[in-house]
Ligand binder design. Structure first.
Ligand code: ADP
Ligand code: MG
Length: 423
C-alpha cells in the first residue's frame, strides 16, 4: 500500500531520486498549475467551480466585474499542495481564502502575488506566487480523495479512493489504512458500472450522489487516458450542500514522452513555473537535479548509483546537498554545466563525483571535471571515484591536471573522503 501511495505522492527522498534520475531515458513528469489542470477537467466535462485567473495586471478589474458570486474562493497558484495550511514569507497566513466581498478578492490577491508561499510540499524558502485563481465558492459538506496513477507494479493505472479527503493521504494510509481502497484499471476499457458504484459507495456518497460521483470518476479516467497523464489527484472531490459532486482541487502530471502528441498541454508549462530554478537549468541541459538538505554535492550517473551514493554518504555520517545525474550520453560541456549547478548552492562544502562508466566514457568525465575545476576556480574539496570504461586514461587525466583532486578506489572510500574533507 505505502509504496504505491509514495509513487502517487512522491514524497520520500529516495523515491524522488528514483523518479527524477532514471537516466537510461530522461523521464520527467510535467506538472500543471491548478488553474491549467481545471481547464482540462472542464474540457472533459468534469464538474468544477467556475473561475477566473488574476495576475495583478490591469485586466484583473475587468475580469472581476464580469464575475458575480455570492462567495469567492481565492487560491494562490503554485506547483505544490498544502496551500490552505501554508503561509507567505510576509507572514500572511493561508494560500486559500474565502470571502463574500468582491472588493476583498483584489486585496487578498495582492497579498498573494509577488510573495512566496511556504507549504509542507514546497522548498523551505517557498514558491513565488504569480497567479491567483478566483472561483465561485461552494458549500462543502464532505471531502473525499480520488486519484488515478500509473503504477509500475500493476503495469497500468490504479485508482486510489478514500472517504477521508482534504487531508494528507499518506497520513490517512498510515493511521487508517482501511479508509483507502485501490482498484487497478484497464486502459483499454471504461470502468465497469458496478466498479464505479462500489467506489462511489466506498467514498460514502449516498442516494443520487452515488451516480453523480460514478459519472465524475469515469470522466476523470477518460481525461487520464486522453491526455497521457501519469497522475490525476483530486483532493478534495467534494460533496456540496446541494448534492453536487465537484473536483475542488486538481493536480495533474503528464508523461514527458507523450509531449509530441500533447503539444497544447506542454505549451502551458513555462519553465519558470518549476519549483527550483536549478531543476529548470538542469533540465534545459538534459541533466536531472534533486535538491537535498546536506552539504556534499553529488555528481553521479544513474538512479541506482544516486541512491547507493546517498546511503553510503549517510553511513559515513554525512548528508548530501544535492544530486546531479548526468545520465548516459553525457558530453564534456554538460559536466561543466553540472558543476556550475552543483556549486551554485552555497551549502555545498565538498563535491563527490561518483560515475560508473558503462555507456559513459570515464575519460570524458575526467576531462569535464578538470575543465570545470579550472573554469570555475573550484574552492571546495573534490573527491572523484570513477570506474569502468577507459578508467585508466581517466585516472591519468586527473593526475596530470596538477589539481588537488582526491581520487577514491571505491564508493565507500569516496564517501569517507568526502565526509572527512568537511572537517
Ligand atoms: P491545497 O490542497 O493546496 O491546500 P485546496 O484547493 O485543496 O488546496 O484547498 C484547501 C482546502 O480549502 C480544501 O480542502 C477545502 O476544505 C477548502 N476549500 C477550497 N475551495 C473551497 C471552496 N470553494 N469552498 C469552500 N472551501 C474550499
Ligand atoms: Mg487539496
Amino acid at each position: 500500500m505505502l509504496p504505491l501511495l509514495r509513487a502517487a505522492t512522491g514524497f520520500s527522498p529516495a523515491m524522488r531520486i528514483f523518479q527524477k534520475t532514471s537516466s537510461l531515458q530522461q523521464i520527467r513528469n510535467l506538472n500543471l498549475l491548478e488553474c491549467n489542470s481545471k481547464e482540462l477537467l472542464e474540457k472533459y466535462g468534469v464538474a468544477i467551480q467556475e473561475f477566473k485567473v488574476l495576475d495583478n495586471s490591469s485586466k484583473d478589474d475587468q475580469l472581476l466585474n464580469q464575475f458575480d458570486c455570492p462567495e469567492y474562493v481565492v487560491k494562490a497558484q503554485i506547483l505544490a499542495g498544502g496551500r490552505g495550511k501554508g503561509a507567505f514569507d510576509s507572514g500572511f497566513k493561508g494560500g486559500v481564502h474565502l470571502t463574500k466581498k468582491k472588493e476583498e478578492v483584489l486585496s487578498l490577491t495582492k497579498q498573494m502575488i509577488g510573495h512566496r508561499l511556504i507549504t509542507k510540499q514546497t522548498p523551505k524558502s517557498g514558491i513565488l506566487v504569480k497567479k491567483v485563481m478566483v472561483a465561485r465558492s461552494v458549500n462543502i459538506t464532505r471531502e473525499t480523495y480520488l486519484s488515478i496513477v500509473l503504477d509500475r507494479e500493476h503495469n497500468g493505472p490504479v485508482l486510489i479512493a478514500s472517504p477521508a479527503g482534504g487531508m494528507d493521504i499518506e497520513a490517512v494510509a498510515e493511521k487508517t489504512p482501511e479508509k483507502i481502497k485501490t482498484v487497478p484499471l484497464d486502459l483499454d476499457k471504461p470502468i465497469p458500472q458496478n466498479v464505479l458504484t462500489d467506489i462511489a459507495k466506498f467514498l460514502e456518497f449516498k442516494g443520487e450522489c452515488v451516480a453523480r460521483a460514478a459519472g465524475e470518476i469515469q470522466k476523470l479516467f477518460d481525461l487520464f487516458k486522453a491526455v497521457d497523464a501519469t497522475q490525476i489527484e483530486i483532493n478534495p472531490l467534494a460533496e456540496t450542500d446541494t448534492g453536487e459532486v465537484i473536483s475542488v482541487d486538481a493536480k495533474l502530471n503528464f508523461d514527458d514522452n507523450a509531449e509530441y502528441r500533447q503539444k497544447e498541454i506542454f505549451a502551458l508549462h513555462t519553465a519558470e513555473e518549476d519549483t527550483d530554478p536549478r531543476e529548470v537549468e538542469a533540465a534545459q541541459n538534459n541533466l536531472n537535479y534533486v535538491a537535498m538538505d546536506g552539504n556534499i554535492g553529488c555528481l553521479v550517473n544513474g538512479a541506482g548509483l544516486a541512491m547507493a551514493t546517498m546511503d553510503i554518504i549517510k553511513l559515513n555520517g554525512g548528508e548530501p546537498a544535492n544530486f546531479l545525474d548526468v545520465g548516459g550520453g553525457v558530453k564534456e560541456n554538460q559536466v561543466l554545466k553540472a558543476f556550475q549547478i552543483v556549486t551554485s548552492d552555497p551549502k555545498v562544502k565538498a563535491i563527490l563525483v561518483n560515475v560508473f562508466g558503462g555507456i559513459v566514457n570515464c575519460a570524458t568525465i575526467a576531462n569535464g571535471v578538470v575543465a570545470a575545476s579550472k573554469t570555475l576556480n573550484l574552492q571546495v574539496p573534490l573527491i572523484v571515484r570513477l570506474e569502468g570504461t577507459n578508467v585508466d586514461a581517466a585516472r591519468k587525466i586527473l593526475k596530470d591536471s596538477g589539481l588537488a583532486i582526491q581520487t577514491a578506489v571505491d564508493l565507500d572510500d569516496a564517501a569517507h573522503k568526502a565526509v572527512a574533507a568537511l572537517h
